[in-house]
Design a protein around this ligand. Structure first.
Ligand SMILES: NC(=O)c1ccc[n+]([C@@H]2O[C@H](COP(=O)([O-])OP(=O)(O)OC[C@H]3O[C@@H](n4cnc5c(N)ncnc54)[C@H](O)[C@@H]3O)[C@@H](O)[C@H]2O)c1
Length: 340
């Protein structure tokens, strides 16, 4: 199939584009590079620089590329910022996704894989299943839920087939078979715990902050479920196959089913890096849920998804390899095609 990957110059989208190619699909990446990196786009994928806000450009894209399915990663992703600038998130994530969906239907493309998020859920003390009540704690999570609801209606009204994949915390780096890191986290600003933490032993940050120590968890810091980007990527390949074999709509959690507190993540980072760096306790931020841990049973059972990196130590080790070999991320790297 020919897969259009929006946001394919970003962290999860670029790894997934590489997995689609490896599975024998053709890939066109569509990304405005506002947050992504041209160098992250894998060899073998066509690249079109463009914005989902530009309806004319989308129409031209679908006229010129024989798209069979869309994997939609493009979004703004900072939960904290979404609580300060809600309109920015409703526009880019929700309204621009609608541009994409309308253009798809106009061009008779009806297979859609959506990067949803654990942020659609309310905090829960036990593993969250897809049937648990939703209840986003921030605007970002609300945008993901709004899109899922839109997908339900597009499905009913237009026959759009979709898979909404609710990622828990994406992390880790993609390595070649000989262990060379080729894709990793490089967000500006970085807001994710693992890369922020690793910046301390790298000497790029003085200390890591623990935002809130009075959450309703055993050690008082938030608990999250961490899932490696290659495991997210393999789930997209399975979801595409399921859509191709006629599945109508699917919603799946993608996590490992094990929660780690912020303090535990920091301890694992100390263990992997061998540096006993400083952590500073500070006040809560708005919009952080106490505990979000997935039950990944449904996608395991229905699609046979099996994570390669279920252990957080292994995930952090891949991230550490990426950050030590790419201390400034993709900066200074030529586009992937040039390095071939
Ligand atoms: N990273 C996580 O932990 C996580 C967790 C749950 C869900 N998600 C979702 O997964 C997706 C990918 O996340 P990521 O960490 O790779 O983010 P990212 O910022 O690395 O990638 C997003 C990409 O989308 C592009 N983009 C944004 N708006 C665009 C627009 N209007 N037009 C064209 N391109 C646009 C950016 O330039 C960027 O390359 C997002 O939808 C995010 O909400 C991520």
């Amino acid at each position: 199939m020919h897969v259009l990957v929006t946001g394919g110059a970003g962290y999860v989208g670029s790894a997934t584009a590489a997995y689609f190619l490896a599975a024998g699909h053709q890939v066109t990446v569509y990304d405005n590079l506002v947050k992504g990196h041209r160098a992250a786009v894998p060899d073998g994928a066509a690249f079109v620089q463009g914005d989902l806000g530009d309806k004319h450009a989308l129409d031209v894209l679908f006229q010129t590329v024989p798209v069979d399915a869309v994997a939609h990663f493009a979004a703004y992703i900072e939960a904290g910022e979404s609580m300060q600038l809600p309109g920015k998130y409703f526009e880019n994530n929700v309204a621009f996704t609608n541009n994409l969906l309308e253009t798809m239907i106009c061009h008779d493309v009806r297979k859609f894989i959506f990067s949803s998020s654990a942020g659609v859920y309310a905090s829960k003390d036990t593993a969250i299943t897809e049937d648990d009540p939703v209840g986003p704690a921030n605007v970002y999570g609300e945008t993901k839920l709004m899109i899922e609801r839109m997908l339900g209606w597009y499905n009913r009204v237009t026959g759009l087939q979709f898979a909404a994949l609710r990622y828990f915390n994406a992390c880790g780096a993609m390595l070649t078979e000989d262990g060379t890191p080729i894709r990793g986290e490089d967000h500006h600003p970085e807001t994710h715990l693992i890369p922020l933490t690793l910046q301390v032993p790298l000497g790029q940050r003085e200390a890591i902050y623990i935002y809130g120590t009075d959450y309703n968890t055993p050690d008082g810091s938030n608990i999250r479920d961490y899932v490696h980007i290659e495991d997210l990527a393999s789930a997209h390949v399975l979801a595409l196959e399921a859509l191709d074999s006629g599945r109508d709509h699917m919603i799946y959690n993608l996590g490992n089913g094990r929660g780690y507190s912020v303090r535990e993540v920091i301890d694992i980072a100390r263990e992997i890096t061998g540096v006993d760096f400083q952590a500073i306790e500070t006040a809560r931020r708005p919009g952080d849920a106490d505990r979000l841990v997935a039950s990944p049973e449904r996608i395991r059972r229905e699609l046979g998804w099996q994570p390669r990196f279920p252990e957080l130590q292994d995930i952090v080790a891949t991230a550490w390899r990426w950050h030590t070999t790419h201390p400034h991320g993709y900066a200074g790297q030529p586009p992937a095609e040039v390095t071939r």
